[in-house]
Ligand binder design. Structure first.
Ligand code: MLT
Ligand code: ZN
Length: 461
């Protein structure tokens, strides 16, 4: 018996040999030392065995790989930068070992169309690379998130990523003009024309955005760009409560330049400071912190300062005008995920609740987990999006169940921006009706009757 070793060594596995013919020997990985980073997620909470990892270099190769796997009935897991947080881009711990289809070699960046203000890029382009490539043309992409250096455009579309600037630009779906994708039977659909008006039937781009790799493999995207805004100001506000943060938000939202409003609490700040050895932002400790940022073609600092002066609930504020100072303030919020992961594998729940329920919900969650786990709560205030991170939970399933039922009871969503993945399939029915789930399953089985694309993601098997 010959062991599969990858890198051009004939393995005795017919699929390996077939895929090597399509993508080249170095594009098929079977050595566990090489596949390891593709088979476990960023938090260490999800992952499982893989048959092989295949790394095609263009759309035609992706289509051939999909056809080869479909012919053998081998499950495919499309993967971008592997920054997902719900296990949707890595293998399941059990079941038939799948192929991980990595899109990270699809890194072509096309020319900017300055009239349409659009660009076509490969699915494997990391967000930060895209933004750097268009900066000197005075352009930007509306979505931004902490995993910007690794998160790829294809993965962001597949998960309809949200991030920090949703209040100004919407989620990824709103920033995409079209996509190219490979269907589970290997056919390619091309919606890259980027026409702002095109009512010829179903919106396949909108459907595939947020489909978490279950309906098609996204290979390229036509992106809507926004003008690069050269003037920025950030402020970290110290407050006594989330209620005060919401009061501040109402006034801050009147500023057209507002693009970010992120909240966290004293315990999260302490954790981040200890993890990254950061100085305290203020002389005193406060219960609640709100990080805001404004950006404009002209300096928005005067308008932000005017609002802050009016807000008597703001106990203290640190204002940053330069890039390095803004990044120093942003670190208190953006390093939450990394600092929490350093404590152990967290139970991560990413939920939205109606704004009028936010304050009570946060208090309820703290009461519910008291003595059962250490909670770190933070998130995107303008969308009522709370990242409930629980460390040291002895009964994570039970805790998740209780928190998510509480979310449903107040009319929220069990997944705000991370997706359903493998982590939340059990609770899909809390946010979607039986009729909706049956419509979604009908779409899935129409496009993927064999069920080879990301089985076990969104829908439980
Ligand atoms: C964030 O907003 O930082 C992310 O969604 C990550 C997380 O929830 O840990
Ligand atoms: Zn988030």
């Amino acid at each position: 018996m010959i062991t599969a070793l990858g890198f051009g060594i004939m393995s005795g596995d017919v699929l390996v040999e077939r895929l090597q013919k399509i993508v080249g020997a170095s594009g098929v990985l079977t050595d566990p030392a090489l596949t390891a980073s593709y088979t476990t997620d960023f938090t260490g909470g999800f992952g499982g065995p893989v048959r092989l990892v295949v790394r095609p270099g263009d759309t035609a190769e992706v289509a051939e790989v999909v056809r080869a796997c479909a012919a053998d009935g081998v499950p495919i897991i499309p993967q971008g930068g592997n920054t997902g947080l719900v296990g949707g881009g890595v293998p399941a711990p059990a079941g038939p070992a799948p192929v991980v289809l990595s899109l990270t070699r699809l890194t072509e960046i096309g020319p900017v169309d300055p009239i349409a203000r659009q660009i076509t890029v490969g699915a494997g382009v990391p967000l930060a690379t895209l933004r750097a490539a268009i900066r000197d043309q005075g352009l930007d992409f509306g979505v931004d998130l902490a995993a910007r250096d690794s998160a790829t455009i294809g993965g962001m579309i597949a998960t309809n990523a949200g991030g920090e600037r949703v209040l100004r630009h919407g989620t990824t779906r709103a920033c995409v003009a079209g996509i190219e994708a490979v269907l589970p039977d290997g056919q390619i659909i091309d919606r890259l024309a980027g026409l702002p008006k095109d009512n010829t039937g179903f919106d396949l781009t909108g459907l595939l955005a947020g489909s978490e790799g279950t309906l098609a493999v996204i290979t390229r995207a036509r992106l809507k760009l926004t003008p690069q805004l050269d003037h920025h100001v950030a402020a970290l506000l110290a407050l006594d409560s989330i209620g005060d943060a919401l009061t501040a938000l109402v006034r801050l939202r009147e500023l057209p330049s507002l693009e970010l409003a992120e909240f966290f609490f004293a315990d999260g700040l302490d954790l981040v400071r200890a993890h990254a050895s950061l100085p305290a932002p203020f002389r005193e400790t406060y219960a609640t912190y709100l990080l805001v940022e404004c950006a404009g073609r002209t300096d928005p600092s005067d308008e932000l300062m005017a609002v802050l002066e009016e807000l008597d609930t703001v106990r203290d504020a640190a204002v940053a005008m330069t890039g390095p100072d803004r990044r120093r303030l942003a670190a208190y919020r953006e390093l939450h995920t990394e600092s929490i992961n350093a404590q152990g594998v967290p139970l991560k729940l990413d939920v939205t609740v109606p704004m009028h329920e936010l304050e009570r919900f946060l208090a309820d969650v703290r009461a519910l987990v008291e003595g059962r786990a250490t909670p770190y709560l933070f998130g995107h205030l303008a969308e009522g999006n709370i990242h409930v991170n629980l460390i040291g939970a002895a009964d994570p399933e039970a805790l998740a169940d209780e928190v998510l039922h509480r979310v449903a009871a107040v009319g929220g969503s069990i997944s705000a921006e991370h997706g359903v993945g493998r982590a939340k399939t059990r609770w899909l029915g809390l946010s979607r009706s039986a009729a909706e789930i049956s419509a979604m399953r009908a779409v899935k089985s129409a496009l993927d009757p064999q069920g080879i694309l990301n089985p076990g993601v969104i829908f439980s098997d």
